[in-house]
Ligand binder design. Sequence first.
Ligand SMILES: [Cu+2]
Length: 335
Amino acid sequence: MRHRASFLQLALFAIASAVILIIVAYAIPWLPYPASREAGRINFVYWFAEWISIGIFAIVAAPLMYSLWAFRVKEGDTSDGPPVHGHTGLEITWTAIPFLLVTAIAVASAIVLAKNGDAGANPTRITVTGQQFAWTFTYPNGQTYPILRLPLKRHVLLTLTSKDVLHSFWIPELYQKQDAVPGLPTKLVVTPTRTGVYPVICVELCGLGHSTMRSTAIVMDDAAYDSWYSGAAKAAAAPAPGGGLAVFNANGCGACHTLAAAKAAGKVGPDLDKLKQEAATAGQPLQAFVKQSIVDPNAYIAPGYQKGVMPATFGQTITGPKLDQLVQYLVSNAK
Ligand SMILES: [Cu+2]
């Protein structure tokens, strides 16, 4: 052998590889900061496996980089390398160590999985319903909302269902994902640890409007949550202070529809400035047509548009006086 790797040289290569990997791992924010106890545990398993990977990578990369440098073939040298025989001691070592490490990762993951599935004795129960293309959240008092509100530091047991196709529920800051399957309720436990506003995303391609299937989760501290929860039933039954325009804006109608009075220029659905003409095409009285189009959009599909694009959940989330305000608002602006 022409060279003999000194332990110092190998160690330098190993440290260099580890430093590069540590920079890549830490300098780039690969994952959002965990906002729940469950996310914190998943984060622990992630970094546990990450540190093991960094160590193994350094140990494997060091002799590789060293060999590239020290044993590079000389120009014109076409002879074979020396024959190398097995080394029983090495083989036992590089089988036993990975076995122990992989077992350690499996044990840590199993413990985290079991803890993350435990909702405790008395969780807050919320039903999450997926439907092309919106999420709705039903609370124990029977109220349904398009936004998920969660109490800080309390166990929440989400039960997920779907009305049509497969959807998948994901709040990036909570790390966990769970499928919403028609006819098969699935469960997810969350225990939020940071107040804030987080996106709710559908992560299962579920149709034409999949990318619009987003909602918002608000984590509130105990007092704010309790006062919202006790006042929510009353607020749901009260008219919106801003009138029909406020209901229109609060429900994101303008993202898909054009309506001059609301300064909305959406192009996904029909132009709502032309509702009179459209009611006539549908052969229905204007007011009844508008109401039906909101609460049951698939009952009649405007020519040239597709079924299932307008969320079919407004019938549950816009009710009582708010629905009347919205219908009146659209009728009074119809030309
Ligand atoms: Cu979906």
